[in-house]
Design a protein around this ligand. Structure first.
Ligand code: G1P
Length: 291
């Protein structure tokens, strides 16, 4: 079955970025001039996804507005001859994917947010894309997972090696031998283990391809770490009755979910963006002499 649908959970409170996120969704924080969630929607589109459900919450209206048209702004840009900016603005509404929205009323965990997509997914395999991780590779990561699915017809979770001291920030896998160079069988999935208890340094990095049976498990999932319904726990349960593989991502990952990662990503993307790269490079070189 073709993988056509994606879920983007975007209901988090964004407390790591307060006070910026008091009224602004963290998904709307820009990297140079593009909100982080737009990168995720573009990755979905480039991966062949047709329908996206964004699970939002209170204070998230700006996300819907961003992907909607803005006739007043567009008229003004047209009148003042700013055709480049007009194109940039209109492209967002013309992405060629269908966007749907639903709300998670209480922050009850990632598993709960995903469960809200049950009827949207309607019994098909689907992708989950978390907004805190921007991925760069020749083939978009969501597409890499879809390519795996086309061969295995099984769920596959993207993982990446992280420094050992950081494992407790992630879901971590216990690998159990590989069936292809980057595709592992998994013994267990553990949500945020203590550093000395982690079964490996392979962390779940925010892209999942799941079969719809996950919803039968999420429906009865008890709360786990932090008192929240954890997606990782449901995946671990599913792995006992059907195969769930781990795909080791070899591209570049930018973690925009914390202040330091966000600033680093802004610099990296600023060094590529045609309007900022030259001036920024010069500035960083001069700054480096002073530091
Ligand atoms: C979530 C998942 C975790 C995963 C991480 C990736 O955690 O629960 O398993 O490793 O995303 O970013 P969160 O960062 O929302 O606490």
């Amino acid at each position: 079955m073709k993988v056509r649908r994606a879920i983007i959970p975007a209901a988090g409170l964004g407390t790591r970025f307060l006070p910026a996120t008091k009224a602004l969704p963290k998904e709307m924080l820009p990297i140079v001039n593009k909100p982080t969630i737009q990168f995720i929607v573009e990755e979905a589109k480039a991966s062949g996804i047709e329908d996206i459900l964004i699970v939002t919450g209170k204070n998230k209206r700006a996300i819907e507005n961003h992907f909607d048209s803005n006739p007043e702004l567009e008229q003004d840009l047209e009148k003042t001859g700013k055709s480049g900016l007009l194109k940039l603005t209109q492209e967002i509404t013309d992405l060629g994917v269908n966007l749907y929205y639903t709300r998670q009323p209480y922050p009850a965990g990632l598993g709960d947010a995903v469960y809200r997509a049950r009827s949207f997914v309607a019994g098909e395999p689907f992708v989950i894309m978390l907004g805190d991780d921007l991925m760069k590779d020749k083939v978009p990561l969501a597409k890499q997972l879809i390519n795996d699915y086309d061969k295995t017809h099984a769920s596959t979770i993207a993982v990446m090696k992280v420094p050992h001291k950081e494992v407790s920030k992630y879901g971590v896998i216990a690998p159990d031998g590989n069936i292809a160079p980057d595709l592992y069988n998994v013994k267990n999935f553990v949500e945020k283990p203590a550093v000395d208890k982690a079964p490996s340094d392979l962390a779940i990095i925010g892209r999942y391809l799941l079969t719809p049976e996950i919803f039968d498990i999420l429906e009865h999932q008890k709360s786990g770490r932090g008192g929240e319904i954890q997606l990782t726990d449901a995946i671990d349960t599913m792995n006992k009755t059907q195969r769930v593989f781990a795909h080791v991502f070899k591209g570049e990952r930018f973690d925009v979910g914390n202040k330091e990662g966000y600033l680093e990503t802004s610099i990296q993307y600023g060094l590529i963006h045609p309007e900022t790269r030259d001036a920024l490079r010069k500035y960083i070189k001069e700054l480096g002499k002073k530091l």
